[in-house]
Every structure is written in structure tokens, then in C-alpha cells.
Design a protein around this ligand. Sequence first.
Ligand code: GRF
Length: 316
Amino acid sequence: MFQRLRQKWKVNGLQLFLIICTFAIGGSLTGFAGRKLMNFTAVEKGWLWVIIYIILITLLWPVSVLLVSIFLGQYRFFVGYLKKIGRRVGIGGQEPDVRRQKSEAGRETVINEQQTTSDPFTIHIAIFASGAGSNAQKIIDHFRHSGHIKISLIICNKPGAGVLTIASKENIPGLLIDKEKFFRGDAYTDELKEKKIDFIILAGFLWKIPVVLIKAYPGKIVNIHPALLPKYGGKGMYGDHVHEAVINAKDKESGITIHYVDEHYDHGDSIFQAKCAVFENDTAESLAQRIHFLEHEHYPRVIERILTKSLKEKRN
Ligand code: GRF
């Protein structure tokens, strides 16, 4: 159970312990304060007393846990936790207001409209993805309770892609982009700046990044490639095409490459690589599964490392 909670809340063992302590102490404090306050009322013990007491402790509980969380260093976690509960019961946060617009080229753009808050020490990320979005989901999960790193926008070029459903489910603004504007316009730099995006993470985004965007975000666009670059990169090398090429070449190993993006396909400076074996009976599908596993394990952590460094520089 603890293992599952750690994964769900993305916390380490010590944090989980402190969170549980916060719940326990906050709960006791609520009960104690609730009873003390009830003594001030002239209400006789009975059903009315019980109703007032329940209302009172419902109101007191968030305040108590937040207070305790400050002392146990879990304030950020509980702010996020309470906001989530608030959203579930229809208060304290906005559900996505899904707007549909027509872009200039007539293609539909979907936006879960939200205001991006401007805290100078928060790094806002835009994830660009074209497909199912399993990497995007892992990144969202990883930073769910982060106080300083926020997924503020999901950009997608494919109507109906799974990643747009994830954006909607996760209450993250999503933008379905238009080819003309992306390649011959401003590449959505205005929208990105408006959302205060500091970093762009490509997670299975199939369009080439235009120079105008690279110039707007120098050294701040990161991609993941499902092979060990410089092998099996370049135009047309995506998804199963990559895995088939690796299998056909009878390579004994493949892996992932996380790298900065420059104006050439799969070319910028490498940040991280991880390897896995390629077996004789592998198909593109079985190899893709192993590669996905590596991606999910490493991509969010590597992103965190890059962003933490950038955050430190921002603070100095
Ligand atoms: C990943 O294999 C990634 O390396 C590649 O596209 C795939 C995206 O998968 N660039 P998903 O949409 O994140 O599941």
C-alpha cells in the first residue's frame, strides 16, 4: 500500500512518512479544536450537535493539516492535495473550460483555458506531443506535486491524439496547432510567451521544430529519441521505423537518447543515453515496449535535473 501511495503521490519514503504524520496530527488537532469550539455553543448533545460538529470539523480539517504541514515541511504537497479535493467537490479551483476556436487556416484549435500564474521561480513547461502521450503522462505524474516545475501547456499537431485527452483529464491547457502558423508564422511563440513557457519538452512530437522557435528558446528545447543517436536518427526515423531499422541491422543493443534540439532532426547535443538489449526474436513492437520502459523511467528524471539546474541559475 505504501509503495502504491509513494508512486501515486510521487514522493520518497521520508516524505510519505511526514505526509502520514501530517494527516494523523492534523486529524487529531481537528477533533480537539472541534470539541473545544462546541463547548462554546449552547447546543445540547444530540443530532443538532452532531450536525454542527461535522460541519465544523469539515471546515477545520483543511486548516489544521495545512498548519501541521508547514511544521513538517509538506506545505506544498498539501496545498496541491487540498486544491485537488476542492476541484473534485466543485470548489476552490477551476475545471477546464474547454474552448473551441477556429484558427486562421480554418483548423480547429482546442484550448483548456487557464491563467498561468507568474511566479518568477516557477519553471513553466510546454510538452509537445503527437501521439498517445505515455511519456507526457509520466512527466505530468512526476511533477504533479512539484512546487517549482509546472506543466503549463500541451501542444499537439494531431486532432484526436491521446495526449489531448490527457491534457483535458489533467486539467492542463491543450493547444491543437496549425501547420501553416507553425512553419510559416511565428511558430506559436506568442502563445508560448503568453503562457510564460520557459522550457519545451518534446515527447513524441513528429513535426520538425522551426528555427524561429529554436531561436526563441535557445538551449531550452529537449527531445527524446527511441534509439542510440547518432544511429537511427534523421527525417522519417520515428516510431516503428526506428525499431525496424535496428532489428534489420541485427544490432545487439538499442536504447534512448535525450538531447537538446537544434535545427536538424535528432542532432543537438546529447544529454543522456540508456541502453537495452535487442534479442534475436524481437519485433518492432516488443523492442518498442522495452524502449518505452526506459523512456518512462528516465525522461522525467533527466528533465528534472536540467530544470533544477536552470532554476538555480534563475535564482542566482
Ligand atoms: C517515444 O518512443 C519517443 O521516443 C518518440 O515517440 C514516442 C512517443 O510515445 N519520440 P508516447 O506518445 O509518449 O507514448
